[in-house]
Write a protein of this length. Sequence first.
Length: 68
Amino acid sequence: MFVCICNAITDRQIQETVAAGASTLSDLQAQLGVATCCGCCSDLASSYLTTANQNTQTAITAGIRVQS
């Protein structure tokens, strides 16, 4: 699905860039050009970062062993 119509950037491209280490909207803007024209896609692009951060936190929390 196209997220950024102005620069023809898809959700898959954003997901791949986040998986490769992009952690801020500025990273996505620098690497893909997302949200650099009209800005209508900035909230949706940022949501991919939020989702990735939540998944990372969940994975880290799940890996902690609690001793009683």
